[in-house]
Write a protein that binds this ligand. Structure first.
Ligand code: SF4
Ligand code: SF4
Length: 158
């Protein structure tokens, strides 16, 4: 058989729990948004993002600087699992895991779609160049760094 048949990509055919580790990892678009410190309003439970990034986040590449040892160095680093995708309310609406969990397709700028890890940055989705390391900010001052550029659930992208 020649040409014409395009295989349906795995994120459209598999649920999160059915994915291999490689497929699961590739679903992360590399936006770095979940590596930002968040603040929770004690009264309302609302979670807001700050531009204060985890000590291990490379603010330019949005990659973890020591992914394999991250949970030793940063014990509260969240190891996302299929179960958690449903329960973590602050996971951005652009997140590949959330999109697939909600039965939606990935956006054009997702590296799995574009074939280019840089498009998530070009599209302005990621935290690239917009963060400050938590090593440089007192915890008491985090509230001075609250930002509204990570989209939250209910907001949409082009
Ligand atoms: S928000 Fe989702 S897509 Fe972005 S870095 Fe975190 S896990 Fe990956
Ligand atoms: S340890 Fe790495 S993956 Fe975890 S929050 Fe920090 S930068 Fe992100």
């Amino acid at each position: 058989m020649t040409g014409g048949m395009t295989e349906t990509p795995y994120w459209k055919t598999k649920s999160l729990v059915e994915m291999s580790l490689t497929e699961w990892e590739a679903l992360c678009d590399g936006c770095g948004l979940c590596c930002l410190n968040k603040l929770e309003d004690w009264d309302t439970g609302e979670v807001v993002f700050t531009s204060v990034a985890c000590t291990l986040l490379d603010g330019n590449t949005c990659q973890c600087k020591d992914y394999s040892h991250r949970q030793t160095i940063v014990p509260d680093c969240i190891q996302l699992t299929p179960d958690q995708v449903d329960t973590i309310a602050w996971l951005p609406p652009t997140c590949g895991y959330r999109l697939v969990h909600e039965g939606r397709d990935l956006y054009w700028w997702h590296p799995l779609v574009s074939g280019d890890p840089d498009t998530v940055h070009q599209a302005g989705i990621s935290a690239r160049g917009r963060t400050i390391s938590e090593d440089e900010v007192d915890v008491e001052d985090f509230e001075d760094f609250v930002v509204d550029w990570p989209l939250t659930v209910g907001e949409t992208v082009e």
